[in-house]
Write a protein that binds this ligand. Structure first.
Ligand code: 5GP
Ligand code: MG
Ligand code: MG
Length: 183
């Protein structure tokens, strides 16, 4: 799929590339201050958080180690199943370390609350969450998210790491899909 075709499948751009980068720069500044002098580990949740991680880690003024986890919750559909399964666990031990989970989106919150308690059971010094997007109206469980880029309406979005059936992750913006894509 070429870039022009990907773009034409969008109904509406919700967040532009410039807005995303400005916001991640701002969050990176806050995160750098918060963890100054601490043993911070960024934990990205594959695959959606790849873009957020890439831009957030480059916006940080210091070099921070990164690890990845992959879980399944959605399959190729657009509704949360509530079932979380570890597809790829962290490479390393997190005991005694300050963990910052980096996510693309908090929708129902089911996945993140599961990941958070899973990581908390491994004796880290702390666990906090940074997400680019959050849908407040879709929350099914309360998740304490320390850093949120943008609160968005309760609509299915793609781009900047977020997929629909594994497509659109490479879009530089976040937007909603045109109805013809679903049918
Ligand atoms: P939650 O468990 O909070 O409902 O969401 C779990 C995962 O579902 C997110 O990390 C994300 O990968 C995916 N997801 C949730 N909402 C959306 C959305 O609007 N668009 C896309 N592409 N994925 C979503
Ligand atoms: Mg995600
Ligand atoms: Mg997905």
């Amino acid at each position: 799929m070429d870039a022009a075709h990907m773009g034409s499948d969008l109904e509406r751009v919700l967040i532009t590339e410039e807005e995303i980068h400005a916001k991640l720069d701002e969050l990176a500044g806050q995160i750098a201050t918060e963890y100054d002098g601490k043993d911070l580990l960024l934990v990205g949740v594959l695959k959606g958080a790849v873009m957020v991680m890439a831009d957030l880690m480059r916006a940080l003024p210091v070099s921070v180690p990164v690890d990845w986890m992959a879980v399944s919750s959605y399959g190729s559909g657009t509704k949360s199943s509530g079932v979380v399964r570890i597809l790829k666990d962290l490479d390393g031990d997190i005991s005694g370390r300050h963990v910052l989970i980096v996510e693309d989106i908090v929708d129902s919150g089911l996945t993140l609350s599961w990941i958070r308690s899973n990581l908390e059971s491994r004796s880290p010094a702390s666990v906090e969450i940074c997400t680019l997007l959050r849908k407040p109206e879709a929350a099914k469980v309360e998740v304490d998210v320390k850093w949120v880029g943008f609160d968005i309406p309760n609509e299915f979005v793609v781009g900047y790491g977020l997929d629909y059936a594994e497509a659109y992750r490479g879009l530089r913006v976040v937007g909603t899909l045109a109805p013809h894509v679903y049918s």
